[in-house]
Design a protein around this ligand. Structure first.
Ligand code: ZN
Length: 290
C-alpha cells in the first residue's frame, strides 16, 4: 500500500502456533475460538509473524523480523514453526528486496517471535553459541528501546522464556544495535510510541503522512480479536496496563481512521476499527491474508 511518499508492504516471515489459552488470557475458549480460530490437537492457534517493510527514497526499513529458522528443533516443535509457505528472505525477494538492501531494522521488542530473523547462523552446525550468529542485514542499523534491552537482560520469570540472546546479542557484538530513549520520530513520518503492559518499553510504530496513518501495535493488539478490551494475552507482564493502553489508543485509531496491522493474525493483515454498540469492532472491509 502507498501512504504518501511511503511504500508499505506487510510481509509474512513464517507461520507458528501458540497456546490459544495463553494468547487470550482470561477469555474462555468457547469465546476466543469463535472470535479468532479453532485450536489444534495441542491447543495451539495459527499465528503469523508479519513484518512491515517501509520504503522511500533510498531507505528500506524493516519493522520486526519474525521467528528464527535456526531455533533449536525441540522449540520448533513446541511452537509449530513452519517456514514451508513463507520465510522472511523469500517474502523480501518476492518484492525485489535483498537482505543487503535493508538500511534500518526497528525491533518492537526482543521476544523471539519478533527479532528471530535479526540474526542468522554463519554455519549450519548444531551449536547455538552466540559467536556463530551474525546480523542478517549486513548494511542495517537496528533500533530497540534501551529500557526494553535492559529488561531483556533481567526479564521476569514470566517472560524469560521469550528471550533468546542469539537473536540480539550478536547485534551488540557487531556494533549495529542502537538504543532509543522514549517515544518520538525515528525518521520523518515514522515514529515509535511505547507500551509497557506486554513487556517493558515495547515500540509501536506509526507511519503517516497527511493522507493516512498505518499503525503497527505489535503485541499490544497481536490479532484482530485482541481489539476487544478484555482480550489480553496471558503472556502480558502487566495485564491491567495493557487494558489501560488499549483504552488510550483505540479512540484515536477509530477517530483518525488508522489502518491497524495485526502482526500475529494468521487470517487478516489489518483493518480499520469502528465503534460498535459494545466496544471497538473491526470494520467489515479488511485486508485479508490470501
Ligand atoms: Zn511479545
Amino acid at each position: 500500500m502507498k501512504v504518501g511518499k511511503f511504500q508499505i508492504d506487510i510481509i509474512e516471515t513464517g507461520r507458528f502456533g501458540l497456546d490459544g489459552g495463553a494468547m487470550f488470557g482470561v477469555v474462555p475458549k468457547v469465546l476466543w475460538e469463535r472470535a479468532y480460530a479453532p485450536a489444534d490437537s495441542r491447543n495451539r492457534i495459527p499465528m503469523a509473524a508479519k513484518a512491515m517493510l517501509v520504503r522511500w527514497a533510498d531507505k528500506v526499513i524493516l519493522v520486526d523480523t519474525g521467528n528464527s529458522p535456526e531455533m533449536p528443533d525441540k522449540l520448533k516443535d513446541i511452537y509449530g514453526l513452519d517456514f514451508t509457505q513463507y520465510s522472511l528472505e523469500k517474502s523480501l525477494n518476492d518484492i525485489g528486496v535483498n537482505a543487503a538492501d535493508v538500511t534500518d531494522v526497528i525491533l518492537t521488542h526482543l521476544h523471539f517471535d519478533h527479532c528471530g530473523g535479526a540474526t542468522k547462523k554463519l554455519d549450519n552446525g548444531g551449536s547455538q553459541s552466540l559467536e556463530t550468529f551474525v546480523p542478517t542485514f549486513v548494511n542495517a542499523r537496528y533500533y530497540v528501546q534501551r529500557k526494553h534491552y535492559e529488561w531483556a537482560l533481567k526479564p521476569t520469570e514470566k517472560d524469560k522464556a521469550s528471550f533468546m540472546p542469539e537473536n540480539y546479542m550478536p547485534l551488540i557484538e557487531h556494533g549495529v544495535l542502537e538504543f532509543l530513549d522514549g517515544p518520538g520520530e525515528v525518521f520523518p513520518g515514522i515514529r515509535v510510541d511505547l507500551a509497557h503492559g506486554h513487556t517493558q518499553a515495547l515500540q509501536m510504530v506509526t507511519v503517516s503522512d497527511a493522507s493516512a496513518t498505518v499503525f503497527y501495535p505489535a503485541d499490544l493488539m497481536p490479532t484482530g480479536a485482541h481489539i476487544a478490551i478484555p482480550y489480553g494475552m496471558g503472556y502480558d507482564n502487566f495485564p491491567l496496563t495493557t487494558i489501560a493502553e488499549k483504552k488510550i489508543v483505540l479512540p484515536r485509531i477509530i477517530e483518525e481512521r488508522w489502518i491497524v496491522i495485526f502482526e500475529h493474525d494468521a487470517l487478516r493483515i489489518g483493518a480499520r476499527i469502528i465503534q460498535g454498540p459494545k466496544g471497538p469492532v473491526l470494520e467489515e472491509m479488511q485486508l485479508m491474508v490470501d
